[in-house]
Design a protein around this ligand. Structure first.
Ligand SMILES: [Zn+2]
Length: 143
């Protein structure tokens, strides 16, 4: 690896799914929404076009989609690790979310992440979904 290569590689436990990004995340979001806290996921966010996802032959990526169905959570069918989320709707109208995806930084060598800020994000817990019917009962959003 060249000295100038700042890329970061994440891998599920069995190594079937790897996700490579060009640099450390600006921060890590330990999201406390109803699904992410159950996963124990710690997200780093990247433009989709900067992310390289590789799966070994015969590896199976499973998906979980809920709520507004804006994105899919993608995990390894073999070892169960949550690897990344990916938008499944056309580009978001929200500029902050446009063309963004998230990698689970818990699949990255923790030594590399020692000095990256961690935020415990509760904002998604109080963000109303488009349809209350699809909300988790523990969501705190006001409708
Ligand atoms: Zn795996």
């Amino acid at each position: 690896m060249a000295a100038t290569d700042t890329s970061i590689r994440s891998s599920c436990h069995c190594g079937a799914i790897t996700v490579t990004v060009p640099r450390l995340p600006k921060f890590i979001n330990v999201c406390q929404c109803t699904i992410c806290r159950r996963y124990g996921a710690a997200w780093g966010y990247y433009p989709q076009n900067e992310v390289k996802i590789e799966t070994k032959p015969n590896a199976v990526t499973k998906q979980y989609i809920w709520g507004d169905r804006d994105l899919s959570f993608n995990f390894c069918d073999n070892c169960g690790c949550v690897c990344y989320w990916w938008p499944i709707r056309p580009p978001s109208t929200d500029e902050r979310k446009k063309n963004i995806m998230g990698i689970n930084t818990n699949n990255v060598n923790p030594e590399l992440l020692r000095f990256v800020d961690r935020k415990f994000g509760y904002s998604l817990l109080i963000s109303p979904l488009r349809s209350k019917d699809t909300a988790h009962p523990e969501d705190l959003a006001k409708y």
